[in-house]
Design a protein around this ligand. Structure first.
Ligand code: ADP
Ligand code: MG
Length: 233
């Protein structure tokens, strides 16, 4: 993993009046009701809000896992609604990294293989695979645990593996949904500090949903959702 900064693409994320409705049978939930947001490269953006306020919905749109009902989601200059499913999944694999509250590691694979996985999906050359995977494990302080499977690691170590996996392909953007929700507060704090340090070291950009106030104090930009709308404090 190189420490060189990526060329500045000032607006990495642009949301314009984004709405998202979920329809289940006759019921319609307006999960997002006109959210606009600009995120610059190198930001550590924190989205706060109570459970049900729309944080995961927002992250799913930014992470190109779903389409908005209305409005525009533009990531690295690309309007996601102009991409079909196939193009969107390629875009995700090439440009985005994900961190989840329950880590989402593959249980049969050891730490090394979990981190290597996204590079394999991209069809990266063998020599690159090893170099990058080791660098990512090194960056999260887990090179000595490369052979351990998730069941043999603590929650904090699992989340470090997940961070290494998110960073290994040098994505433009890392999307983290409640990354500390399943960690004790001390471990959570170290995970946040680790993610924060990735901004300086690798020019990474993070967008993090949380209701952990401890994360928010590390934010470069802080927003709050309430009932699907941004509230400004
Ligand atoms: N797949 C879904 N189908 C129907 N309703 C959903 C779905 N996902 C989320 N919702 C609803 O949308 C609202 C926002 O949910 P969510 O984005 O998960 O909020 P948060 O992550 O802040 O807890 C909630 O009312 C939730 O019940
Ligand atoms: Mg959520």
């Amino acid at each position: 993993m190189s420490t060189h900064q990526k060329p500045i693409d000032p607006e990495l994320i642009q949301l314009e009046e984004v709405h998202k409705d979920y329809v289940c049978g006759r019921r319609r939930v307006q999960a997002l009701r006109g959210v606009s947001l600009d995120v610059r490269q190198g930001s550590f953006v924190v989205i706060e809000g109570l459970s049900g306020s729309g944080k995961s919905t927002l992250l799913n749109l930014i992470g190109c896992l779903d389409y908005p009902t209305r409005g525009r989601v533009i990531i690295a200059g690309k309007d996601t609604s102009a991409m079909n499913d196939r193009a969107l999944s390629r875009f995700r694999a090439e440009r985005l990294g994900f961190i989840f509250q329950d880590f989402n590691l593959i249980p049969m694979l050891n730490a090394y293989e979990n981190v290597e996985y996204p590079l394999r999906l991209k069809g990266e050359a063998k020599a690159q695979l090893r170099r990058r995977t080791e660098a990512a494990l090194e960056a999260v302080g887990l090179i000595d645990m490369a052979d351990q499977r998730p069941a043999e690691l603590s929650g904090g170590q699992c989340q470090r593996v997940a961070i290494a996996r998110a960073l290994v392909s040098q994505p433009d953007l890392i999307v983290a949904d409640e990354p500390t929700a399943n960690l004790d507060s001390h471990t959570g704090e170290r995970i946040v500090e680790l993610m924060r340090s990735m901004v300086e070291r690798f020019g990474a950009t993070f967008i993090i949903a949380t209701h952990d106030p401890m994360i928010a104090c590390h934010a470069t930009h802080r927003y709050r959702l309430r009932d699907g709308r941004m509230v400004f404090e």
